[in-house]
Design a protein around this ligand. Sequence first.
Ligand SMILES: *[C@@H]1O[C@H](CO)[C@@H](O)[C@H](O)[C@H]1NC(C)=O
Ligand SMILES: *[C@@H]1O[C@H](CO)[C@@H](O)[C@H](O)[C@H]1NC(C)=O
Length: 427
Amino acid sequence: MGDVHFSRGRARRGVVLVVFWILGLISLSCAARLSVEKQKLQVQKHLNRLNKPAVKTIESPDGDIIDCVHISHQPAFDHPYLKDHKIQMRPNYHPEGLFDENKVSDEKPPIKQPKEHSAPIKQLWHMNGKCPEGTIPIRRTKEEDVLRASSVKRYGRKKHRAIPKPRSADPDLVNESGHQHAIAYVEGDKYYGAKATINVWEPRIQQPNEFSLSQLWILGGSFGEDLNSIEAGWQVSPDLYGDNNTRLFTYWTSDAYQATGCYNLLCSGFIQINSEIAMGASISPVSAYRNSQYDISILVWKDPKEGHWWMQFGNDYVLGYWPSFLFSYLADSASMIEWGGEVVNSEPDGHHTSTQMGSGHFPEEGFGKSSYFRNIQVVDESNNLKAPKGLGTFTEQSNCYDVQTGSNGDWGHYFYYGGPGKNPNCP
Ligand SMILES: *[C@@H]1O[C@H](CO)[C@@H](O)[C@H](O)[C@H]1NC(C)=O
Ligand SMILES: *[C@@H]1O[C@H](CO)[C@@H](O)[C@H](O)[C@H]1NC(C)=O
């Protein structure tokens, strides 16, 4: 009897436990559903902040949506400091120098180049339309773009601080977070801008969380917590864009990638004035091995009058500017300029990644095979484009990615850079 009683009590307790267990499951799934709802709401709010009402919408062949947004409705004007900002529609000064393409028309590479070279580099979305005057083209951020980021807050920002720090004595520091570089650089002076013509390729990316880019860096301050950086070039980043296309990009930060700054127009900062070029849009065409070569020119310089940092793409497109107040050190001048490539090596399966830098071929191979930067120049305090003095080079593992500089009459200072990543000498 006692036994029966006992087991009945146990059975009752069992029922109670099951009921609690079910209630627990229900509340857990409610909490999960609530947090999913909350995340959805957060993503939607962020998308509403980023994607401004469009005057016209253009669908690009690569799946991008380009919104033509009225120039005064762009993300920059969400910034409290820019509420009453009067947009500058042109820079007060434009740097001039030896390789100013507007002056020199017969620029040639050291070897005969294919005819296509002179074809204007365009953005893919141009095939399907133009933005009206008074608007700027903005690549629309989709829900899946934000969901690929580790959090809504991190979307459009860099994951790690990883500025190539050429003279670093500490290999662990250089290798931190797996970023690898092959760059040329100058330092030790005051710089007011930089220019380069960059060969455009579509490097293969092994892992979706890796990227490969080719860019210039305008750096101010120390490599500490308050580093200022303005960056522009091309990149392939499946994480940021959801595909393997080569895209024009910019980046800025005034605190070493911590709280300020972002890619393209993904936060308020850069003020765009150009209606033809979209930040983050695909560049087309790209170069092919032993075949047609394409390059883009990028110039970033500080307007001596207002102090803003302007950016020009190619010969004809003044894209806009970063207002001086965004920065501390760069509000005065830059202390270092870097040009070159960067990849992330996430070391899948313990081996070096086979993500390519540049064309994926080493500098030794030369024109048409290895990727180049040509006519690299700096802007001096008199707003003149000058050859870089005391050009240094840096790479963490030259067996994986390398860099080789040179100079001649047509290309001025140039270098070949890049490599395949994983290979017998870089296991
Ligand atoms: C980075 O790490 C690799 C392998 O872990 C090593 O061979 C290389 O020397 C390191 N780079 C530097 C600059 O120390
Ligand atoms: C990007 O390229 C990698 C390999 O190079 C491939 O596995 C992946 O499917 C590609 N991603 C897209 C979105 O095309």
